[in-house]
Ligand binder design. Sequence first.
Ligand SMILES: *Cc1c(COP(=O)(O)O)cnc(C)c1O
Length: 387
Amino acid sequence: MSITELDKAYVAGTYKRFPVELTSGKGSLVFDSDGKRYIDLGSGIGVTAFGIADDIWKDAVTRQLGTLQHTSNLYYTEPCARLAEMLCQRTGMSKVFFSNSGAEANECAIKIARKYSQDRKGPDCSTIVTLKNSFHGRTLTTLAATGQDAFHRLFQPLTPGFVSVTPEHIDELYALAEATPIAGVMIECVQGEGGVVPLSREYVEALAAFTSERDIPLIVDEVQTGNGRTGALYAYMNYGITPDIVSTAKGLGGGLPLGATMMAEPFAGVLGYGDHGSTFGGNPVSSAGALSILGRMDQAFLDEVKAKGDYIFERLTGAKGVESVTGMGLMIGIKPTKPAAEIISRGIEKGILCLSAKEKVRLLPALNIPMGLLTEAIEILAGILSE
Ligand SMILES: *Cc1c(COP(=O)(O)O)cnc(C)c1O
C-alpha cells in the first residue's frame, strides 16, 4: 500500500488531508514524496515558528535529547526552569504551568480561574464567559468554551458552566454579569479558527476594565497568536492590557509539543500541591527547543515579523479576487471572491501551502521566512486569487 492508502486504512478519519505526502523540508521550503517543492505559508498551523529543521533549534533539541529526554515532574530540570524564567521575564507574569497542547493550557487556565473565584466568591461562582466564534480546543471542557455550536453537536453533555457572548457587544457581558456570578472571561485577541478576526482595541480595553473592577480573572488564549506571531511577543501586548492568565502552545516549542499557562499575581499562588499536573508537561527536550525559539525573538525580530505582515496586507488588500484582508503580523486571513478551498488546492498545484479559517485563506508562515521566498509565494497567491 502507498502511504496515503495506509493512512486512510489505519488512521482515524478525523482529518481531511490534502493529497500530498510531505517527506522533508528546510526553513520555509517543504518537499513531497515526488520531490516537488512548496513554499510553506502554514508552518504546521503556526507551530514551526522558525521553519523546518532550523539549525539553532535542532542543535538545542538534539543536545538535550542526548543528555536527558524525560524525568517526570518529580525532579528539577534546567530547561523547564530556565524557560519559565524567560517567559516570566518577557511578560511580567509570575509563574508558569507547562503542558503539551493548547487545549491543556486552556484547561489549566480555566481551573485557576474557577478555583480563584470559588475560593473568594463561593461555589456558585463557576461560569466562564467566552466569545461567540471563538476556538479554545477539542477536549470536552475546551469544546464547551468554544463559542461555535457546530463543534458541539452529538458530544453532549459538555462540561457545564460556559456561556458565550457576542464580540464587540460589551453590554452583553454587563447584562450577563447582573444575573450570573462570573468566574472568568476568556478571549483570543485575534480569533484564529474563527476566520482571523482581530478584536477592537476599545472592546478589549472595556473587557479588561470590567474584569479588573469586578475581580474576575481575564484569560487571554494566545495558543495561536502568541510567541511572536502578531509582531508582538504576545498579542495582548498590542492592546496595552495586562491579562491575569495567558495560555499558549502552537509556536512555543518550534515544532515539539509544549503548552504553557502563565499567571500574574495573585493568580500565581492559586494552584497548590496536587491541584494540577501533567506527565509530559515541561519536558526537557520541548523546553530546550522553546528556549532556542523565544531567546531569538528580540524587538528587531518582532519588527521584521510586523514588516512582513504589512507587506502582505499592502500587496493583497484591494487586489483582484480579494474581498478583504484581516489579521495582525504574520497571522493573516484573506477573503477571496472564490471559495477558499479552490484557492488552496490551486496553491498546492502551483507550489504554495496555505491554510483556511472559515471562508478565508489563512496564512501563518514561519516567522523567519526569508523575504525572497515570501514575495515569491505571495505573487503566486495573488496570481491564483486573480484567476
Ligand atoms: C489551536 C488552538 C487551540 C487548541 O490547541 P491544541 O494544541 O490543538 O490543543 C486552542 N486555542 C486556540 C486559539 C487555538 O488556535
